[in-house]
Design a binder for this molecule. Structure first.
Ligand code: 5GP
Length: 177
């Protein structure tokens, strides 16, 4: 039985990344920018989109752990890898794979603000606005998607499916007991 079905193809993702790259370049012009990748789910998105950004863009990585079951986060979040660059006085653009409840991005934005950046904004590949628990609107959004559990293009279930080139909906029988 097929474990997943196509939602957004590689071609659509790559076309949207070009557009997002242009929007981001327009917004920040030549101002110093730190592009921040939220590991691990954003890694493929990040690798593709930073190639659309100015060569002076600094890259940094954070990893966050959230406790909960495998398809719904609980909102209890901790850092498992913090910043390695100073963001003081700089624009920070966070690259996220998917914003769901919005709790992870709210937590990260609050933390980043304590480091005195010039600004903090969020660019998410995918947005599930119907699931939002807090008032968080990402500044840049690749695709709004329905309330389905998706995998591929960096997104996993149980560390599987990350290498898929497309974003796919995982069939519930794969993750439901
Ligand atoms: P939030 O804190 O916004 O509820 O959750 C964000 C995190 O939950 C994402 O970074 C991702 O790790 C996980 N997540 C939410 N929805 C999905 C989904 O449909 N598929 C996958 N693979 N992860 C998801």
């Amino acid at each position: 039985m097929q474990e997943y079905t196509l939602l957004i193809s590689e071609k659509e993702i790559q076309a949207r990344i070009k557009e997002l790259g242009e929007e981001i370049c327009q917004r920040y012009k030549d101002e110093p920018l730190v592009a921040l990748c939220v590991l691990k789910g954003s890694v493929l998105f990040f690798a593709d989109i930073v190639r659309e950004l100015p060569s002076a863009t600094a890259l940094d990585f954070v990893a966050l752990s959230s406790y909960g079951n495998k398809t719904v986060s609980s909102g209890e979040i901790t850092f498992s890898k913090g910043l390695s660059l100073s963001i003081e006085g700089k624009h920070v653009l966070v690259f996220e794979d998917i914003v769901d409840s919005g709790l992870t991005m709210t937590y990260l934005k609050k933390y980043l603000e304590t480091q005195n950046p010039k600004s903090v904004a969020v660019c998410t590949l995918l947005d599930k606005p119907s699931r939002r628990k807090v008032d968080l609107v990402p500044e840049f959004i690749g695709f709004k998607i329905p309330d389905k559990f998706v995998v591929g293009y960096g997104l996993d279930f149980d560390e599987k499916y990350r290498p898929l080139r497309d974003v796919c909906v995982l069939e519930p029988w794969v993750y439901q007991d």
